[in-house]
Structures are given as C-alpha cells and as structure tokens.
Ligand binder design. Structure first.
Ligand code: PLP
Length: 426
C-alpha cells in the first residue's frame, strides 16, 4: 500500500508498518533479543545477507526496522539505522567512513557533545577534526580540505547557535573533493528541511528531540541517501574485502545501500549501540504527530521571539524565523515552512538577571533538554557551563547573559504570560 508519492504528513503516520489481515493495528513491540528458526541454513543465509530477516536484536528487530523504514521514507533515503542515542549515530557514522589517520571538517557551531566527540575523543583514536566558523566562505572551506579529509559535517540548524548553513555551498565543496556531506538534521526534522534535496549524502538525528518529541526516549538515527559513490581509494573500507564479514566488498556487493549495510553489519555488530524496541515504539508514536507538533512549535516560537524582541529588558534575540535574523534568508530558502521551536535571547541585566528570571518562570521548566512538547529554559552560564568565567564562556561561544528557550506546544498566550511575569521580577 505504501506510496512514495505520499506527502510527509501521510508518511509520518503510515510508512514503515503495514499490518496484514487480522494483525495488530498498532506497531507491536517485539521485546525479544532473538528470533527462532527451523533450519541452520536459514540462519546462515541471514548472516550472509542472502535473505532479509531478523536473528538478533543488536543487528535488527521488527519494531526498530519499521521505524527505520519510516525515517528513511521521511528523509527520502534508501535506508536508515536507528541507534541508542544521537551521539551513537554520530560515532557510528564516523567509524563507518574512516579510521586512524583520517580527518573531519566540521562546523564549529554544532551541539557541544558532538564537538567533544570530534575534538577530544576521536583524536585519541587517531581521527582529527578541523572546525570552521559559521560564516566560512567557499574559498576558505576549499582551502581547509586535506587529502585525508573524509567528511564535511554541519547541522541544519545549529544547537544552540541557531546558525543555518548554506547547504548547497557545503555540498559543492564536499563533492568537488569526493567526500560526503553529513548533516545533523535534529532541530529542523525532515518536516521542515530535507537535506538530501540540497546535496547531503548522509543525515543523522538525535531522535531524542522533536522526532520523539515527548522527552520520553533517547535515540538516534542514520539515514543513507544512497547517492554517494564510495567506490574510491579514499574509502578503503568500502572497496577492499571485509574479512570480518565473509570478504564482503561493500561498494561492489551492496549497491546504493553500501553505507547503511556497512554501518549495520560492521559497526553496529561491533559497537552494539542499538535502539531498544521499546524506545523505537515510543519514537514511532512521536513521529505520527511530528508535522502537527512542528507547526505549533514554530508558530509559537515565532510569536514568542517577536514578543521578546519588543521587550525592553531583552538585549538581543536569535531566532532564524525572525526577519531581523542574519540567517533569515537561508532559513527561507532551505526551510520555508518553519525552522524549530528553540530561541536564544540575552538579558540586559547579565548573568545575575538570568538566574533571577530562570528562578521566576513557572510554566516553563528549567531542564537540560530541548525540543519536547513542554516549554523549557536553560541558562548555560549558570547551569551546564557554570564553572567558566565570563571570559571563558565567550571563548566557548556562550554568552553569559544568554538564555536558551525551547518553546513548547502549549497555548502561546500562556507561555508569554509566564515569561512576562518572570520579567516583572527582574
Ligand atoms: N545532535 C544535536 C543537534 C543535539 O542537540 C543533540 C543533543 O542535544 C545530539 C546530537 C546528541 O543526541 P543524544 O542526546 O540523543 O545523544
């Protein structure tokens, strides 16, 4: 019944799981580590990838598989693999592509956890990263590519800087150099941005954010566009036999699914950062309402951002949906239906006023999380980055007076009323 021409809201509800006559209407949770077979031959064929099926949940599970098919359909990819978290999606992507001696070119304005992975942990195993600034020019970026560079990495909306990249420029430089462009599409979601249509080769997600959307389940996902040609000396792991997997030559034997099959057969097998069936079930429920929620997150956030802009106690507001925002033109081009529900703003009163304001909000909760149905606030300078001085904060790209506001899907009048009463207290 699945129709690839369905619009995204239909795919969010219907893709991935098609019950047959008399089967459960709702995607079942296959809470089983293993699957039973009648013959050794069948299991052998599964191992050899001659047959599709399930034998061990670390590699594949029917509940997780249904969600993977749904996310691949939403992004327009040839395949997807769910992971335990967004961080493991990033790690597995890197290790599927490269090894010691290789190099990543990454945006500096990305999620701090990914920056740590790239600049602290991966160097310990011989993978280096160079960071480029948000407004890097095409020439500057081209000059940063090294012979051992194996991927360019950006976020479709950077967390927390809310930078929107010029996807086509990054894709051009990546493809001129025969390297893949990898996009973390967590904040925009496939509802608001489709990176494959702008030249991305791989997409990763922290599904923990809007995709689950209820702050109920940690998760990640990797999606393969199937368009990148891995058949190149730059990627020896794809063109020489994998002796740990029956001599499989991924670029030759797996066609357009070379990346996603290698990611699962090799990296998920060895690293085991799988999504649990229960979390996949929760994610699937979240995905069904994603378009509705994104619409509301975006309209609420735009209203709140405009209101903040007109507030005399506010020093600055960053939201790419605002016409005054530097990234507004890029947002209009790459995500014309909306960006996300996250806003950054600064208080004229500085760090102290922020703490007082944070302590005064009632409906908005203080949480170290963004992108779920409930409005949440975070003041990095007094919370996640509290050990740093103002000067050190600025060096880390965190403004001492900055608050990150994740606008939920409550009635926007109630959200603004809550923020307003907190402003009255400072
Ligand atoms: N990517 C982005 C853009 C994020 O915001 C986050 C988490 O905040 C991650 C990746 C990491 O995801 P997770 O927390 O699911 O490991």
């Amino acid at each position: 019944m699945y129709n690839p021409d369905w619009k995204i809201a239909t795919k969010c509800v219907q893709a991935g799981y098609e019950p047959k006559n008399g089967e459960p209407r709702v995607l079942p949770i296959y809470q089983s580590t293993t699957f039973k077979y009648d013959s050794a031959q069948e299991v052998g064929d599964l191992f050899d990838l001659k047959k599709e099926g399930f034998f061990y949940t670390r590699l594949a599970n029917p509940t997780v598989d249904a969600v993977e098919q749904k996310i691949a359909a939403l992004e327009g990819g040839v395949g997807a693999m769910c992971t335990a978290s967004g961080m493991s999606a990033a790690l597995l992507t890197v290790l599927t592509i490269m090894g010691a001696g290789d190099h990543i070119l990454s945006a500096a304005a990305i999620y701090g956890g990914t920056t740590n992975l790239f600049t602290v942990t991966l160097p310990k195993v011989g993978i280096e990263t160079t960071l480029f600034e948000p407004d890097v020019t095409e020439e500057e970026l081209r000059a940063m590519v090294r012979p051992n560079t194996k991927m360019i990495f950006i976020e479709s909306i950077a967390n927390p800087a809310l930078v929107i990249p010029d996807f086509e420029m990054f894709a051009r430089v990546a493809h001129e150099n025969h390297i893949p462009l990898v996009v973390d599409n967590t904040f925009a979601t496939p509802v608001n941005c489709r990176p494959f249509e702008w030249g991305a080769d791989l997409i990763i997600h922290s599904t923990t954010k809007y995709m689950d959307g209820h702050a109920a389940a940690l998760g990640g996902c990797i999606v393969d566009s199937g368009k990148f040609d891995w058949n190149n000396e730059k990627f020896p792991g794809f063109i020489y036999p994998d002796e740990s997997y029956h001599g499989m030559v991924y670029a030759k034997d797996c066609g357009e699914k070379a990346f996603i099959i290698k990611a699962r057969a090799q990296m998920m097998r060895d690293l085991g950062a799988m999504a649990s069936p229960m979390n996949a079930f929760l994610l699937n429920n979240g995905l069904e309402t994603l378009p509705l929620r994104m619409e509301r997150h975006c309209s609420n956030a735009l209203a709140v951002a405009k209101w903040l802009e007109s507030n005399e106690k506010v020093a600055w507001v960053e939201y790419p949906g605002l016409e005054s925002n530097k990234y507004y033109p890029l947002a209009q081009k790459y995500m014309p239906n909306g960006t996300c529900g996250v806003i950054s703003f600064g208080l004229k009163g500085g760090r102290e006023a922020c703490v007082k304001w944070m302590d005064s909000v009632r409906l908005a909760a203080i949480v170290v999380h963004v992108a779920d149905t409930r409005t949440g606030v975070l003041h990095p300078a007094s919370m996640t980055h509290r050990q740093l001085t103002d000067e050190q904060l600025r060096e880390a790209g965190v403004k001492p007076e900055g608050i990150r506001l994740s606008v939920g899907i409550e009635d926007v009048d109630d959200i603004i009323a809550d923020l307003a009463q907190a402003f009255d207290k400072i």
